[in-house]
Ligand binder design. Structure first.
Ligand code: HEM
Length: 491
C-alpha cells in the first residue's frame, strides 16, 4: 500500500514539474489584452458599433491588442504601421479571411473572390475581376451607363424641386448606384424588372446576414442557437431565393445569346469564360456576380450619403466644391471624364470622407501559421481585424482627426489606392479591393452632378451643426437616419 502511495505521489509530482517546465519553456509573448469572461471571452465588449468599441479598447491597450471572441483569438490592428505588418510584410500568412457560416452559405461555399482561400483558384478568379471586369478600359466603357443614370438622378431631383419636396438622398443615390451596378452586370434596365427588385432586396438581406454575429462561428458548440433563433432558416431561404434569381438571369442570357447589343456586360464576360474553361463551374459565375453586388452596391451609396452629409454640415466646404465644379463644367449639361480629372478639391473631399467614414470599417484576415509581429507571438488561427476606421483617426498621421477637412489632401500625395497605409478604406496588399477605379468613377460623377446643378440645404430649419450623424451597425456602416435635403436649381 505504502509503495503504491509513494508511486502515485511521485507520478503527480512529475506531472506538475513537467507542466511547469513546459509552460515556462513555451511561454509566449502575447499582445496586451483586456480581461475576458469565461466562454464568451470579449464578445460582450463588441458593442453595437464594433469599430468604435474596439477603438476605445485599443486606446488603452495599444495598436496590437489580443481579444477572444468565444474560442477564437482576435488580434485588433489599429495603426498604419501594424496594418502594414499584417497586410504587406506578412501578407502570405494573413492572405485568408475567416470563413463564417453566412459567407459559406451565401457565396456557394466561398467560390467567389472575396472569401475564397488564397490559392490558385483565388488567383484565377481575381484575375477575371482585375483584367476583365474592372480594368480601366472596362470602367471607361461603363461611362455611358454612369452618365445616363446620373442624368436620371438629376431629373428626379428636379421633380422634387418643382414639388418643393425634400430629396430623399439615401433612396435616390442607392437607386442610381444600384442601376449602374445592375446595368454593368446584366445590361438593360434590369433593376426595374420584378426580378431586379427582388435581387436588390436579397442583396440587402444578404449584407444584413453577413453583418450579424452568429455565436456558432465563435463558440462552435453553441452552433445550435442558429437553428433556434431563425438565423439558419433566414440564411437558407435567402441563399435559395438568390440562387433562383441568378439562375433565371443566366438561363435567359444563355437562351437569348450573348452580346445582344454589341456591348459586353459582366454576365457576358463571365459566360464567355464559363463556356471556354471547363474548370470554372456555374456556382463560380454566380458567386462572382454576388461579389459585385455585395461589394459594390452599399459601399458606394453609403459613401456618397456620408459625403453629402458632411457637405451639408459644412456649407463653406460645399460652396468651395460647388465653385470648383461649376468653374470647370460651366453650363454644360454633360460632365466629362476630363472635367472630373481637373477637380482636385472634389478628389480631396472624397478622400476625406473615406478617411472618416470607411464603408467597411474593419477588414478581417486569419493567420495561417504561427508568426511574430512586433515581438509578439501570434498563433495560427488568430483572426486579425484591421481597423481602417481607427487608422483614419491616428494622431500620428492626422491633425485634428475628427474634423472633416478636405484641405489636408490638397498639398499631399496621400491616396487610398493601397500605397499609403494611413488611408486604406479599400484595404491594401494582395487582397485589396479590385473595385477602386469603378467605385471612384461612380462617386465622382454623381457628386459632381449634385454640386453643379443644385444648391442644397437641410430641411425643416435644421442647423448644419445639428444634423444627426449617428451610425448604423452592420458590415457596412451607414448613417442611422436617411439623409433628407432641400435642393434648388443652381443660380
Ligand atoms: C466605396 C466602394 C468600396 C469600398 C470602400 C470597398 C472596400 C473593400 C475592402 C476594404 C476590401 C477588403 C480589402 C482587404 O482585405 O485588404 C474589399 C475587397 C473587395 N472588393 Fe471592394 N470596396 C468598394 C467597392 C467595390 C466594388 C465596386 C467592387 C466590384 C464591383 C468591389 C469588389 C471587391 C472584391 C471582389 C473584393 C475582394 C478582393 C480579394 O479578396 O481578393 N468592391 N473592398
Amino acid at each position: 500500500m505504502e509503495l503504491i502511495l509513494t508511486s502515485l505521489v511521485s507520478l503527480l509530482l512529475l506531472w506538475f514539474i513537467t507542466r511547469i517546465f513546459l509552460k515556462s519553456s513555451t511561454k509566449k509573448n502575447l499582445p496586451p489584452s483586456p480581461s475576458k469572461l469565461p466562454i464568451i471571452g470579449n464578445l460582450h465588449q463588441l458593442t453595437s458599433h464594433p469599430h468604435r468599441g474596439l477603438h476605445s479598447l485599443a486606446q488603452k491597450h495599444g495598436p496590437l491588442m489580443l481579444l477572444h471572441f468565444g474560442s477564437v483569438p482576435v488580434l485588433v490592428v489599429s495603426s498604419a504601421d501594424t496594418a502594414r505588418e499584417i497586410m504587406i510584410t506578412h501578407h502570405t500568412n494573413f492572405a485568408n479571411r475567416p470563413l463564417f457560416k453566412a459567407m459559406k452559405k451565401l457565396f456557394y461555399d466561398c467560390k467567389d473572390v472575396t472569401f475564397t482561400p488564397y490559392s490558385e483558384y483565388w488567383r484565377q478568379m481575381r484575375s477575371i475581376f482585375v483584367l476583365q471586369m474592372l480594368s480601366n478600359k472596362r470602367v471607361r466603357y461603363f461611362g455611358r451607363v454612369r452618365e445616363e443614370e446620373a442624368a436620371l438622378l438629376v431629373k428626379r431631383i428636379e421633380g422634387c424641386v418643382a414639388a418643393s419636396a425634400p430629396v430623399d438622398l439615401r433612396r435616390l443615390i442607392a437607386e442610381t448606384n444600384g442601376q449602374v451596378i445592375f446595368r454593368s452586370s446584366f445590361g438593360g434596365r434590369y433593376g426595374e424588372t420584378e426580378n431586379g427588385k427582388k435581387l436588390l432586396r436579397l442583396i440587402r438581406v444578404s449584407i444584413g446576414l453577413l453583418g450579424e454575429i452568429h455565436i456558432g462561428d465563435f463558440i462552435p458548440w453553441l452552433g445550435w442557437i442558429g437553428r433556434v433563433n431563425g438565423f439558419d432558416k433566414r440564411l437558407d431561404t435567402t441563399a435559395k431565393e438568390m440562387d433562383q434569381v441568378l439562375e433565371s438571369v443566366i438561363q435567359e442570357r444563355q437562351e437569348t445569346g450573348q452580346d445582344r447589343d454589341g456591348e459586353d456586360d459582366f454576365l457576358d464576360i463571365l459566360l464567355q469564360i464559363y463556356n471556354q474553361d471547363v474548370s470554372i463551374g456555374r456556382d463560380s459565375i454566380k458567386a462572382l456576380l454576388l461579389d459585385v453586388f455585395v461589394g459594390g452596391t452599399d459601399s458606394i451609396s453609403t459613401s456618397l450619403e456620408w459625403t453629402m452629409s458632411e457637405l451639408l454640415r459644412q456649407p463653406r466646404v460645399m460652396e468651395k466644391l460647388q465653385s470648383e465644379v461649376r468653374g470647370i463644367v460651366k453650363q454644360k449639361q454633360r460632365i466629362t471624364k476630363d472635367d472630373l480629372e481637373k477637380m482636385g478639391y472634389m478628389k480631396a473631399v472624397i478622400k476625406e470622407n473615406m478617411r472618416l467614414h470607411p464603408p467597411f470599417p474593419l477588414s478581417p484576415r486569419i493567420a495561417s501559421k504561427d508568426v511574430q509581429i512586433k515581438g509578439y507571438d501570434i498563433a495560427a488561427g488568430t483572426m486579425a481585424m484591421v481597423s481602417m476606421w481607427a487608422i483614419g483617426r491616428e494622431l500620428i498621421s492626422w491633425d485634428e482627426p475628427d474634423k472633416f477637412m478636405p484641405e489636408r489632401f490638397l498639398n499631399s500625395s496621400v491616396d487610398f489606392k493601397g500605397q499609403d497605409y494611413e488611408l486604406i478604406p479599400f484595404g491594401t496588399g494582395r487582397r485589396a479591393c479590385p473595385g477602386i477605379g469603378y467605385a471612384t468613377a461612380s462617386m465622382e460623377l454623381v457628386l459632381a452632378n449634385l454640386m453643379q446643378k443644385f444648391d442644397w440645404k437641410l430641411p425643416n430649419g435644421i442647423l448644419p451643426k445639428h444634423l444627426d450623424m449617428t451610425e448604423s451597425s452592420g458590415i457596412t456602416v451607414h448613417k442611422a437616419l436617411p439623409l433628407l435635403a432641400l435642393a434648388s436649381r443652381a443660380q
